[in-house]
Design a protein around this ligand. Structure first.
Ligand code: BGC
Length: 384
């Protein structure tokens, strides 16, 4: 049957409706835009709602490019939110946990908040003990991004861009960044990261969504079953800085090569688990050396809802963070207190502190080069 796309624009909303040749309308995906308020400087902030043909929807704010909500089906077809977030812009302005945000210019930690490029030392703010964390005091998660909605036939995209000026948070080079969220009709959320620079710099961009596949407010995530395609991880010191070693996961609580409950070994008497207060570690993804050919780097199953999350990425590492620092003082959507281990993050990334670890894959970007990374989250269900 021939389908003719018809564009309808309603106040602040872009809706795409598919018309069949005989005029019958079958709804397709849509993108709608609404106001999310203004920053204290008076800068307007928007909220975009991307929906696919199955009703799966993701709300993204231009403030920090944060994923505010992500509603996917359970095994009975009931849609439910699977990420932590805030109801209002104020929540994001006050946020210290990076809920759902785009993190940069350098996601994760840089030891002693400094690094050297071509003999020059660059000094960053120490916003995590002695170290720099997630791009500094006002990282990409606290910036208002410029948005462009790109509706498609089978996917709905939001392109966010931001110019990080030379010297911002101590990093060299004007960095032009684009992050594109694409919600596909196949229930995948694809995130594409691009950047160029006019001076040699370091770049590590990620999304910091906290997932609970049973829904925020449904308790801890210790029963979620996790699989990670990694034979090694990067052990850390007491400041959560990698020691430089790539350690075998075999025989440790970091062996997720077979599906294992997140909580199974999270309180074990293991030095690394103790240093992280649970999992707060980078996994060395096998797919970086040997492209996975269709196998996800991670798979998470929540048995009660039947929801399944699979992750693919072009990046070399992934931080498993089990929300060990969430302490219930942060109140999120609907006034829910986000308690310890009530969500997990799978942050695809260059390894933490790579700018100071020549043996780790290099996060250095030079003028003329193009930083490009892709991470894809796929949602499905498992029958009982
Ligand atoms: C880090 C944690 C940190 C959290 C929130 C994660 O990426 O690994 O140590 O507490 O982000 O900032």
């Amino acid at each position: 049957m021939k389908r003719l796309p018809l564009w309808i624009t309603i106040t602040g909303a872009i809706l795409m409706t598919m018309m069949t040749a005989n005029g019958a309308a079958t709804k397709s995906g849509s993108i709608t835009k609404s106001s999310f308020g203004k920053t204290p400087d008076g800068e307007p902030v928007d909220l975009y709602l991307l929906k696919n043909k199955n009703g799966v929807e993701v709300a993204i704010t231009t403030y920090g490019g944060a994923v505010v909500s992500l509603k996917v089906s359970d095994r009975n077809g009931k849609l439910g939110d699977v990420v932590l977030g805030y109801d209002s812009l104020e929540g994001y302005e006050n946020d210290k946990a990076y809920l759902g945000a785009i993190v940069g210019r350098y996601a994760n930690r840089i030891a002693h908040a400094q690094f050297i490029l071509d003999g020059k030392t660059y000094t960053l703010a120490k916003n995590n003990g002695e170290n720099s964390l997630h791009g500094g005091i006002k990282g990409f998660n606290k910036k208002v991004w410029t948005a462009k909605a790109i509706p498609g036939k089978y996917d709905q995209s939001l392109e966010l861009s931001y110019l990080s000026k030379d010297g911002e948070e101590g990093f060299p080079g004007n960095l032009k960044v684009t992050v594109t969220y694409m919600l596909m009709d196949s229930n995948k959320l694809r995130i594409e990261y691009s950047a160029t620079t006019d001076k040699k710099t370091v770049v590590n961009l990620t999304n910091h969504s906290y997932f609970n596949l049973a829904g925020p407010g449904s308790g801890d995530i210790l029963g979620h079953i996790l699989q990670i395609e990694a034979d090694k991880f990067t052990p850390v010191d007491s400041n959560l800085i990698p020691t430089g070693e790539l350690r075998d996961v075999a025989g440790t609580p970091f062996d997720f090569r077979k599906p294992t409950a997140i909580g199974g070994r999270i309180d074990s008497d293991d030095e690394q688990i103790k240093l992280g207060g649970g999992y707060d570690h980078n996994f060395v993804l096998r797919s970086w050396e040997k492209p996975s050919g269709g196998t996800p780097v991670a798979r998470v199953v929540e048995r009660k809802s039947g929801r399944v999350l699979e992750v693919w990425t072009t990046l070399p590492g992934m931080q498993l963070y089990t929300g060990n620092f969430l302490d219930g003082t942060t109140k999120g959507k609907g006034g829910i207190a986000y308690t310890r281990r009530s969500a997990f993050c799978l942050e695809t990334q260059y390894y933490p502190n790579s700018p100071n670890q020549p043996k780790f894959p290099s996060p250095v970007l030079r003028p003329g080069e193009h930083y490009h990374a892709m991470t894809l989250y796929k949602f499905s269900v498992e029958k009982q």
